[in-house]
Design a protein around this ligand. Structure first.
Ligand SMILES: Cc1ncc(COP(=O)(O)O)c(C=O)c1O
Length: 407
């Protein structure tokens, strides 16, 4: 493969970044070249089995032929046109997304964080429209992650992310305990919205308790507040249903999505139900890139592939197989204290050794990640096979045996 990336050696790539990039990332020593299905290849041609999918983005694997075809075809036709004019795909995609989610309206963005920003703005607009009194309090949960802009960061309860950037936006409170009683205590007429991740992602793959999510719906109704479900990491089939909130038998008022929506091309969306359908008026919000023709056409193809290849059912089956394998492994290995998750969104509670395990897996050609440095986070693409899962489980087993023998 003759590409520009072949001209630079790993040490040259690293040196360039060290000199010219803000030091926001601590990267692992994997120099990506290309991908195919569940495999990523480095510049030397070494093959890696990907159990992270670009953090829940590449759900169809690398270089899915149908996505590549659409990318080329639409790229030759029209990449960008602006939101001053119509493109044929934005409305079609909004229709499809509202149909699968039970929502009424869509606003497209370029990222998850921007979808969250849109949801915070609509929450405040909704609150102001409901009451002349001060209905602007936003509730969020501890251990949450919603993004890094000042708004999204304000509802992200991670001290190390927030501390350097205070003051953040006012009128945000965190609920520290995931029980109906704790939630009820936090509610008042001042609350305009509660934001939840039905399955917390960066927080270490934590599915919220069912009674808590049901109480969230009930309290939002009682206090006329919006229930916002952040499905950016857990949505679009990742948990074995289109949306993670479906596991709880509730409907949110607002949904945010991004990551796998266009399976690698940047696209996010905020979806809202009839309650908020009129909350944004022309000029209230906007974006230059969001909802462009290429991104939307890719997302339409993603939705077609998911439906036509029966991927949601496949995620459920493969997820059960992987979770069963990990639970069996937990009976043999004291380093694993818990296996949690739904579908192909799985957290293995390890302890301080999680990072070490991620590095050892990488050394053996398997990509994973550690959340909070204590949880082995698994987000494989939907196109993995049972034999990929067996390979992962056997490799992990070998690593844990090795580590336990030396302790
Ligand atoms: C649940 C959740 N919300 C929001 C975000 C932010 O999305 P993005 O990085 O696309 O801005 C993330 C990213 O990891 C996320 O996992």
């Amino acid at each position: 493969m003759e590409t520009a990336d072949m001209q630079l050696k790993p040490e040259e790539i690293q040196a360039l970044e060290e000199k010219y990039l803000f030091a926001t990332y601590k990267r692992s020593a994997l120099y990506c070249s290309h991908g195919s299905g569940p495999y990523l290849y480095d510049l030397s041609g070494k093959r890696y089995l990907d159990f992270l999918a670009g953090i829940s983005v590449n759900s169809l694997g690398y270089n899915h032929p149908r996505l590549v075809r659409v990318l080329v075809e639409q790229g030759q036709r029209l990449i960008h046109s602006s939101n001053l004019f119509y493109n044929p795909f934005q409305g079609l995609l909004a229709k499809r997304l509202t149909e699968i989610s039970g929502m009424s309206k869509a606003f497209f963005t370029n990222s998850g964080t921007e979808a969250i920003e849109a949801s915070l703005k609509i929450a405040r607009a909704y609150g102001h429209a409901q009451s002349s009194k001060d209905k602007s309090l936003i509730l969020a949960l501890t251990n949450s992650f919603h993004g890094r802009t000042l708004g999204a960061l304000s509802i992200t309860s991670q001290e190390q992310y927030q501390a350097p950037f205070r003051p953040l936006i006012p009128d945000v409170e965190f609920v520290g305990e995931f029980t109906p009683a704790a939630l009820e205590k936090a509610f008042s007429e001042r609350v305009c919205a509660l934001v939840i991740e039905p399955v917390q992602g960066e927080g270490g793959i934590v599915p919220l308790p069912a009674d808590f999510v049901r109480a969230a719906r009930e309290l939002c109704d009682r206090f006329n507040a919006l229930l916002i479900a952040d499905e950016i990491q857990c949505g679009l089939g990742r948990t074995g249903k289109y949306f993670a909130f479906e596991h709880y038998g509730i409907q949110p008022d607002v949904i945010t999505m991004a990551k796998s929506l266009a399976a690698g091309y940047p696209l996010g969306v905020m979806l809202g139900n009839a309650r908020v359908a009129d909350s944004f008026k022309p000029g209230d919000h906007g974006t230059t890139f969001g909802g462009g023709p290429l991104a939307c056409r890719l997302a339409l193809e993603v939705l077609d592939v998911i439906a036509q290849e029966g991927l949601i059912r496949k995620v459920d089956e493969l997820g059960n197989y992987l979770i069963a394998g990990l639970k069996a492994s937990a009976t043999r290995h004291r380093l694993i204290s818990e296996v949690r998750g739904k579908g192909l969104m799985i957290g293995v509670q390890i302890g301080s050794e999680a990072k070490d395990i991620v590095n050892r897996l990488l050394g053996k050609g398997i990509i994973t990640n550690a959340a909070h440095d204590t949880v082995l986070r698994l987000l494989p693409p939907f196109v993995i096979s049972k034999s990929n899962i067996d390979e992962f489980l056997n490799t992990l087993d070998g690593i844990l045996t090795e580590m336990e023998a030396t302790k």
